[in-house]
Design a protein around this ligand. Structure first.
Ligand SMILES: C[S@@+](CC[C@H](N)C(=O)[O-])C[C@H]1O[C@@H](n2cnc3c(N)ncnc32)[C@H](O)[C@@H]1O
Length: 285
């Protein structure tokens, strides 16, 4: 196993894959981490298990399959979430969207059973994180991909949130018609990458993450535009609106919101890398 690890670390270095991934794979699949190594403990049935690990590792190095898909899970915002190639792997920067929504909800307490929508829920990450942090809320988690919603359903069930996170299949606001004018918040991490840039993404993303989760149309703004234009029909007065954007899109989104008379406290929030990542606003009606 020591020999396999040394070889894998060399392959990782050559392929530009973080060494940490070798350690995670060994710990997750063999229960063999730094402590076990130090104590010289090998897991029972190590030889056979190592063959399985080798198959996974080949997929990681040769096919550039993201480790999270190989393991079928990701740790995100304190949650353990199932992920498959049907859903985008939740990114650390998306925690900022949850944090901003949480801050607004703390400053503007809502009546019990108020509804917030997570549009383009994917794995259900944002809806689940908000439902856990705000037990008085109902979450409506929308996605146009039935395969993604199946993964979200597993995650909702694993966190025992079936009573408070409702999964809705359909395009953006279409399944939200019964809540027209009644939503107290809308959050979304929509596809926002310009179509022409998709071919230049790293292979892990380009080859394995769902295109439907990435493609924001010719200028990357197609879905953001819709989220800005249609939200006023669905939000109740004094509610929250926030989206995640890619580098360079925040000023355009903030300007679009300012042009409408119904948004106040329009704010741009930077992620840990200093990139303008989330735009939020208070919808006054
Ligand atoms: C960038 S991913 C975000 C996934 C998840 N919310 C997250 O932050 O990890 C965008 C999601 O939007 C969904 N989507 C794309 N087009 C959609 C549409 N027209 N209506 C609803 N959801 C859509 C995709 O299937 C994908 O799950």
């Amino acid at each position: 196993m020591l020999e396999w690890r040394a070889q894998a670390l060399r392959a990782a270095k050559a392929a530009g894959i973080p060494a940490e991934e070798v350690e995670i794979l060994l710990k997750e699949r063999l229960g063999w981490g730094p402590l076990e190594r130090l104590l010289g403990r090998a897991p029972a049935g190590a030889g056979e298990l190592l063959e399985e690990v080798e198959v996974l590792w080949q997929q990681r190095v040769e096919k550039r399959v993201p480790l999270q898909y190989l393991l079928g899970k990701v740790e995100w915002a304190g949650l353990s979430l199932r992920v498959t190639p049907a859903v985008l792997i939740p990114r650390p920067e998306t925690e900022l969207l949850v944090e901003q929504a949480s801050l607004w909800l703390q400053a503007n307490p809502l009546p019990p059973a108020s509804c917030l929508a997570d549009l383009g829920t994917g794995s259900g990450a944002i809806a689940i994180a908000l439902a856990q942090r705000h037990p008085q809320l109902q979450l409506l988690a929308v996605d146009s991909s039935p395969q993604a919603l199946a993964v979200a359903a597993d995650n909702v069930a694993a966190h025992h949130l079936q009573e408070r996170v409702q999964l809705l299949l359909g395009s953006w606001f279409v399944p939200l018609d019964p809540w027209r004018g009644r939503l107290r918040g809308l959050v979304s991490n929509p596809p926002y990458i310009p179509t022409g840039e998709l071919a230049h993404l790293m292979p892990e993303v380009r080859l394995h993450e769902p295109r439907q989760a990435l493609d924001g149309g010719e200028d990357g703004l197609a879905h953001l535009r819709l989220l800005i234009q249609r939200a006023p029909d669905y939000l109740a007065p004094n509610s929250f609106w926030a989206v995640e954007v890619m580098r360079g899109q925040a000023p355009w989104v903030a300007e679009q919101l300012r042009e409408r008379d119904c948004y106040r406290q329009i704010q741009v929030h930077r992620d840990l890398a200093g990139i303008e990542r989330v735009v939020s606003a208070h919808f006054v009606g």
